[in-house]
Design a protein. Structure first.
Length: 254
């Protein structure tokens, strides 16, 4: 992989009560790219994302070894400020999870938590974030309405706007279209293509066609092991490993 590395794991292993979820995973994500993470169910994809913003350690029985570097800084260090880290590394989950607040207050939540109180700054941040999430035109006159009144696709874009409002460097997206209809899925994929010019994105997806459409690089995990990684066009047309080819062609169950 060429270019500056934004996010990197080194010999990363994760166990939950002695059950291995990740085994010595070393992976580099170049700045300003989309890295798709694919693999069968239970292979460790979501665990990998949750380690990248220190959520995995909150699970019972979790033990994590190795390192995760953000711009060369090991974020697994005990000295890491977790609230600051989660502003730098935002996350969008499979199921939309808006807070039971207004649309405005959902997006303003992170900046307020960081200490911003000036209404004009919050207003501008909310508008800019909703625009980036391609939601502003749909809600501009409804910012005081409950976020839960939005459709599922709108709620997912609201959660994306909430993540963007704190100015992250990295976006982690855990199957963000799994619960969406085809129209909302297509819109989210268009957003990913636009956002990669501002952010580095790590996308977990079960949809191989989606990985092929939106990602620059792909990483294939199987049983917690990083089998292969490389440029997406190469991975999908000429994988090096037979296990990768078996998964991509359906001979290895997903």
């Amino acid at each position: 992989m060429s270019g500056e590395v934004m996010l990197e794991t080194s010999d990363l292993s994760v166990t939950f009560y002695s059950q291995a979820a990740l085994r010595s995973v070393s992976l580099s994500v170049p700045t300003g790219t989309v890295m798709a993470v694919i693999g069968p169910s239970g292979c460790g994809k979501s665990t990998l994302l949750r380690v990248m913003n220190r959520l995995a350690e909150r699970s019972p029985g979790a033990r994590i070894t190795g390192a995760v570097y953000l711009h060369g800084e090991n974020i697994l260090s005990r000295d890491t400020d977790l609230s600051h880290l989660r502003r730098r590394v935002g996350m969008v989950f499979q199921q939309p999870n808006p807070f039971p607040f207004s649309i405005f207050d959902n997006v303003a939540y992170g900046p307020r938590l960081a200490g911003e109180r000036r209404h004009e700054v919050l207003r501008d941040t909310v508008e800019a974030s909703l625009r980036q999430a391609s939601l502003w035109d749909e809600v501009r006159g409804k910012l005081r309405r409950p976020a839960l009144s939005l459709s599922g696709g709108q709620q997912q874009r609201l959660c994306l706007a909430r993540a963007l409002a704190v100015g992250p460097e990295v976006l982690l997206m855990d199957e963000p279209t799994a619960s969406l209809d085809p129209v909302s899925t297509a819109r989210t994929e268009e957003l990913i293509e636009e956002l990669k010019h501002r952010y580095t994105i790590v996308l977990v997806t079960h949809n191989l066609q989606q990985a092929a459409r939106v990602s620059d690089y792909t990483a294939f995990l199987d049983r917690g092991i990083l089998v292969e990684t490389g440029p997406t066009p190469v991975m999908f047309t000429a994988p090096r490993e037979s296990r990768t080819e078996d998964y991509l062609t359906g001979r290895l169950e997903g």
